[in-house]
Design a binder for this molecule. Structure first.
Ligand SMILES: Cc1cc2nc3c(=O)[nH]c(=O)nc-3n(C[C@H](O)[C@H](O)[C@H](O)COP(=O)(O)OP(=O)(O)OC[C@H]3O[C@@H](n4cnc5c(N)ncnc54)[C@H](O)[C@@H]3O)c2cc1C
Length: 533
């Protein structure tokens, strides 16, 4: 069963090593473990539902609790501390587009607002239930998960949009295909959620972000059905597909998505190399990203993340020997870990990895084979479970991300990291901050920063700490000229910073497009822009 107030399956634990506990205590001090509310306490906080009965809608209390938050830091603090701002009045489970239309009609008649809910993995407050006089209906699309069509000649697959990552890949791999979209939330996140939040998978260098993979689909809006035709390319005016991408539930509910699939790869290899410092590593990854080589993935951990990764690993003789060898080869305290992978046809993979190696070598990279890459691949969906362990040790872990041009990458990394390290200085709290670059383009890269801070005993204090951190880093991103999000979206958390990027006219255009299909402001109000309801 899925955890109701944390990440993942109840039976899966990350298991933090003793070395990692000591490392964190040294960095930011021993954790204070706050008292979480029990399921019984949480149930007692849920008010009676304001919705009339409907055969597709459940109004039982636990169902409403389970759909009251996503996975943002505020969501965690609120659900664990018993201060969830509001609960949906009901949760609908449609099985197809017809039932979605029926639910939207019911919601309009009830004067309800509607929150589309995919896998519930949003990390920026997309799913936060607004406190309104109107009833709130969450529409959980997870029952809409079928593969409807596979056009092998055009390499297009049509899925119901509620399909989760593992089910999508299982259906495709049976037929010899893959979408190749692996966000770290893969276990639960859905195709519709990827589209609505403009998601990026770990192999985006090869397959592209979801915007490259989405060919078309069907969106049920409050004003009717919007069909997005799946053509290879088009010059027929603005691309409506682009409006569905990043729409965050505001335009309607995506019921079907047509995606561009690829044959299953013949070979998949991930290698690791270490660079003596960040400057050499930046130069190498920029050259790799601009080389046009058909690589599968790239992931560069900067020095603090490299050290954190090594300290979190099980201490072993092999690891100690590796670090000693690296030091001897010039990669000491400031070393940076690069993972670089090949995916696809065997000959292409071999060629890409060989060529990549010459670039890495030229920039003083030290190759260490495939063991670290294998371990990363095996653990990549297990790593998010560490957030449960850390909370139970008295620490909160959060992440944020942006993308900037190459010219700005190093300075932006420094600005973001410094802003977070300083954010809790007034209350004498330290913050452990580390960064990697995870999605690469000829023009620039995405910057992904993780930070760990100590929990206070009261949820209000934890929200205050997190807000200070989030504000500091978001302001640093805006000042650096980065996008407020490369992959997580806007939701509530990034909303105050969106107009800096889109400008007044841009915000008006976004609002007008949403109003055109949703004049009664039914769809996920308060996200992307303020509605003034
Ligand atoms: C541990 C963890 C790791 C993550 N790693 C990544 C990562 O590597 N890359 C990445 O891009 N993101 C990542 N995320 C963020 C999150 O998984 C993505 O934003 C994902 O796209 C959300 O999908 P979901 O199905 O869970 O959508 P939800 O969280 O349920 O919803 C997100 C938004 O999409 C809307 N929505 C959902 N389904 C539909 C639909 N069918 N029609 C219309 N609107 C819809 C919702 O209303 C909401 O506004 C991670 C999150 C977690 C918790």
């Amino acid at each position: 069963m899925r955890r109701w107030n944390g990440w993942g399956e109840e039976t899966v634990n990350y298991g933090v090593t003793e070395g990692a506990r000591v490392f964190l205590a040294e960095r930011i001090g021993p954790g204070h473990v706050p008292q979480d509310v029990s399921p019984e306490d949480m149930r007692a906080l849920v008010p009676p539902s304001c919705l009339k009965e409907h055969p597709l809608i459940r109004t039982d209390i636990w169902e409403r609790v389970l759909h009251s938050t996503g996975q943002s830091q505020a969501d965690w603090i609120n659900i664990r501390g018993g201060r969830v701002p509001a609960f949906p009045d009901g949760v609908a489970y449609p099985r197809n587009g017809g039932e979605v239309r029926e639910i939207l009609t019911f919601a309009r008649q009830a004067g309800a607002v509607v929150i589309p809910y995919g896998g519930g993995t949003s990390v920026v407050g997309h799913l936060t239930v607004p406190l309104l006089e109107r009833p709130v209906l969450t529409v959980d699309v997870s029952g809409m998960n079928a593969l409807l069509d596979l056009d092998e000649r055009s390499r297009l697959a049509t899925f119901q949009a509620g399909v989760r990552g593992p089910d999508l890949e299982a259906a495709l791999s049976k037929r010899g295909y893959t979408l190749g979209h692996y966000p770290q939330s893969f276990e639960y996140s859905t195709l519709g959620g990827w589209v609505a939040a403009r998601s990026a998978g770990q192999y985006s260098f090869h397959y592209g972000k979801i915007e490259r993979l989405l060919a078309g689909g069907v969106l049920e809006t409050p004003r009717g059905t919007l069909i997005l035709p799946a053509v290879p390319a088009s010059a027929a005016g603005p691309d409506l597909r682009e409006m569905a991408l990043g729409s965050e539930g505001r335009l309607g509910i995506m019921t079907e998505a047509v995606v561009r699939v690829s044959p299953l790869p013949e070979k998949e290899v991930i290698k690791a190399a270490f660079f003596p410092d960040a400057n050499m590593a930046y130069a190498a990854v920029r050259e790799l990203a601009q080389s046009g080589l058909p690589l599968g993935m790239l992931r560069l951990s900067l020095p603090e993340e490299t050290e954190t990764t090594l300290r979190l690993s099980d201490p072993s003789r092999a690891l100690a020997a590796l670090e000693k060898w690296l030091k001897w080869r010039g990669a000491g305290e400031d070393k940076c870990l690069l993972l670089y992978g090949g995916i696809g046809r065997e000959r292409t993979v071999n060629f890409a990895l060989n060529e990549a190696w010459s670039i890495i070598k030229k920039h003083h990279g030290q190759g260490v084979g495939t063991a670290i890459g294998k371990a990363w691949r095996n653990n990549r969906f297990r790593l998010p479970y560490i957030r449960n362990d850390l909370w139970e040790m008295g620490y909160a872990a959060d992440t944020l991300e942006t993308a900037v041009n190459w010219l700005k990458v190093p300075a932006t990394v420094e600005k973001i990291q410094a802003s977070l390290r300083e954010a809790l200085r007034q209350e004498n709290e330290k913050v452990h901050v580390f960064t990697h670059l995870s999605h690469f383009y000829a023009q620039g890269a995405s910057i992904y920063t993780s930070y760990v801070f100590r929990l206070a005993l009261l949820p209000e204090e934890n929200i205050a700490r997190w807000l200070r951190l989030k504000r500091a880093a978001s302001e640093a991103i805006v000042q650096a000229g980065g996008t407020i999000s490369h992959q997580h979206g806007v939701g509530l958390d990034h909303l105050p910073y969106l107009s800096a990027e889109k400008g007044t006219r841009g915000m008006e255009m976004i609002r007008s497009v949403c109003r055109a299909v949703d004049p009664e402001v039914m769809m996920n109000p308060g996200k992307l822009f303020v509605d003034g309801l």
